[in-house]
Design a protein around this ligand. Sequence first.
Ligand SMILES: Cc1ncc(C[n+]2csc(CCOP(=O)(O)OP(=O)(O)O)c2C)c(N)n1
Ligand SMILES: [Mg+2]
Length: 327
Amino acid sequence: MSNYPMPSSDQLLDIYRRAITIKLNDERIIREMKSGRLVTPYYSARGQEIIPASVMQSVTDDDYLCTIYRGTHDMVAKNFPLDVMWAELAGRVTGSCKGKGGTMHLTHPETGSMVTTGIVGSSMPIATGLGWAAKLNGRGQVSIASFGDGACNIGAFHESLNFAGVFDLPVIFLCQNNLYAEHTSMAKSTRVDRYSKRAAGYGIEGVTVNGNDPEEMFGAAKWAIDRARAGEGPTLIEAMTFRFNGHLLGDPGEYIPKEEYAENLAKDPVPALRKRLLDKSVADEVALGAMEAEILARINAAVKAAYAAEYPDVTELKRDVYAAELA
Ligand SMILES: Cc1ncc(C[n+]2csc(CCOP(=O)(O)OP(=O)(O)O)c2C)c(N)n1
Ligand SMILES: [Mg+2]
């Protein structure tokens, strides 16, 4: 672990900026849903913010990200514009898929935010294909596949790791291990104690890190991304974390032991990083307050603009859905 590169103070501050944007955006989505103003499927990643906020320090818009239904947080960290995202969540024509995709199909190629998908495991073969394209392009791009612990037990995981390994593709397999797949614990799903062990079966690198620790997460991701860019092949990173809001909104998480829940909630990684920045004098209260106010203002503006926009009209229904519009 100590051999991993460390984030600079500026990078640590930027990890917080991305993490607090994810948290405030998540809280606003839930507020809007509870008010009845926003009707959307939504899988909160509250508690998992540090993972994408740290990983995205080492990528640019030219690099690819494919993630899952829970991956709104990944997309926010990848610089998916908030106004376009909110319009999409609200089903408006100004959204990234003209309101026809929603949380399950967020896509914004300009920032390399390629897709969120509702099919468990499917971020991996798509990211692997993009990794293959990146290798052929020769521009040194990397492709990140984000997925959950449950997805490690689906065929697409094995096929993707094997293929990426055989061709030394620049793919980062980023497992966000929140210990539960829907309502089933990892302990009940597998005989291995760490999914990263499976990397050995495909002859690729595999590591397990504390995904809620920004320094460890940054270090492992940068190491893996640098290797991928240098043509040294894929890495499976298992980032340990916890989801605070159950599988989906309204799931009280009764299948999680009370002590386990309480222990994780008490270690909320976003306020913990804020405190660390203050303790290390990376930023003071005034600077962090100003940053948070600016983010809140951006979210407010995005929500307002989304609600003011039109819904797609009926002529939009088939557009961009079929290769050639049906008569
Ligand atoms: C192929 C497929 N099988 C089953 C489902 C139903 N399903 C939706 S989410 C989920 C759990 C996935 O858990 P995990 O991979 O750990 O991701 P998390 O939700 O914890 O982020 C399942 C089984 C699905 N969407 N797709
Ligand atoms: Mg999970």
